[in-house]
Write a protein of this length. Structure first.
Length: 83
């Protein structure tokens, strides 16, 4: 998702570079990661994920409170992780 966000907002030159790196994968993976970090796309994506996760973290599911807490912890981990 972060890479898609960067690609969608990038200049035509950066978009071309991203596409070149993707076609050369896995050789271009490190540079792709650097581009995503540089463009701060992970922060924008995190905000989007947090909004969507809010709807997913509604009341406890019928499976039980323990499973619900575990699910919420997983969602929080995914949103807050760093690349």
């Amino acid at each position: 998702m972060p890479l898609l966000k960067v690609h969608g907002r990038a200049s035509s030159a950066l978009r071309g570079r991203i596409e070149t790196l993707l076609s050369a994968a896995p050789a271009g993976v490190e540079e792709l990661i650097a581009i995503v970090r540089q463009e701060a796309a992970s922060n924008r994506t995190g905000g989007c994920a947090a909004l969507r996760a809010g709807g997913a973290q509604g009341p406890a599911a019928p499976a039980g409170e323990r499973d619900s807490r575990r699910s919420r912890a997983t969602v929080d981990h995914v949103i807050e992780r760093n690349f």
